[in-house]
Ligand binder design. Sequence first.
Ligand SMILES: [Zn+2]
Length: 176
Amino acid sequence: MSKEKGVIEIRVAGLSEGVHLYDFTCKATDFKKPELAEPGFCNDICVKVVANKTDSEITVDIETKTVAELSCDICLAPLKKEVTGEYRIFFVFGEPGSNTDAQDENYRVLDRNASVIDLTEDVRETLLLSKPLKVVCIDNPGCSVYHEKETGGDDKEKNAKSPWRASLEKLKDKYH
Ligand SMILES: [Zn+2]
């Protein structure tokens, strides 16, 4: 066994054709790179891998799930959010060095004699991509900016007019 074992890898030597399921549980610190610590991935990370082998390729679906410790973009209150990520890679059997399509990183050439597929980097990227771009708290009354925006509209007029138009017309009436 190699010492530099990947955090997430699947054994493909002698793998039969068909669908194979793998479950992993890991920590962000297992990845040994600092990027994952930053978005608040401090809880257990569940990784599901589905490998579908045919005689010409192995399709690998990665699904990541974890509870991220984030903070609200507006009021900075800490909050937890379950985040999931998905990624699909096609490993096409071929000669090492032959590159079918260098443009698409989802298509990779896999040596038929390869014994394992190391998915560590792909899982790490999937996790990073699963981090939400915007985070706002949902039921925090102290987070005023967000809630004022949400309830600003007048229900009766919401089909016909935007809140902005409605207040403009109220203003017109006032100075009529
Ligand atoms: Zn907030």
